[in-house]
Design a protein around this ligand. Sequence first.
Ligand SMILES: *[C@@H]1O[C@H](CO)[C@@H](O)[C@H](O)[C@H]1NC(C)=O
Ligand SMILES: *[C@@H]1O[C@H](CO)[C@@H](O)[C@H](O)[C@H]1NC(C)=O
Ligand SMILES: *[C@@H]1O[C@H](CO)[C@@H](O)[C@H](O)[C@H]1NC(C)=O
Length: 144
Amino acid sequence: MQLSTISRWVAVIPALATAVAAYGNFSHTCQDIELVNTDVRATCLDEAASTLYTNELDLNLCVGLDQTTAQLKWELLGKFSLYCVNCALAWIPAPLLTCSCAPLTGGAAHNTTLDLDDGVGNSNGTLTCRTGQGVPASKPKRSN
Ligand SMILES: *[C@@H]1O[C@H](CO)[C@@H](O)[C@H](O)[C@H]1NC(C)=O
Ligand SMILES: *[C@@H]1O[C@H](CO)[C@@H](O)[C@H](O)[C@H]1NC(C)=O
Ligand SMILES: *[C@@H]1O[C@H](CO)[C@@H](O)[C@H](O)[C@H]1NC(C)=O
């Protein structure tokens, strides 16, 4: 029983690593990156590096707050905005999201930062999240 469980994990881990590697570093192929409420908005190149698409990704779909450490973290449907205010996007050395967040446990609010390049990717011009969310529908095309 245990052996078969282990061998299944061995088979799954490389696939997971590949899936994660497909995400991240959106800022390398996107421009005009900004925070609009809880959305990250950017204009991103498609895979052919020929067309730019402007689109938005709601970070509430994939960023949450670790209630123990009070740090922003990648979390499916994390809804960080329930716990955080005064969010801003800084630029050096990466697209860093900083918010003032208070955990449900009642600790004081303090600033916490997440590198959006760790979990937001550019999938052929569409912003996607490491946890699987993206905005596949409308990709307004922007003239080059
Ligand atoms: C993102 O870029 C960094 C620095 O260039 C690199 O070390 C890392 O492997 C890249 N990650 C992905 C998922 O491409
Ligand atoms: C949190 O960040 C804001 C905006 O950068 C800053 O004004 C404030 O002083 C910071 N608070 C703390 C406790 O560092
Ligand atoms: C990427 O998007 C372009 C349109 O911008 C489309 O023609 C192409 O088939 C897409 N590539 C993949 C791998 O989906």
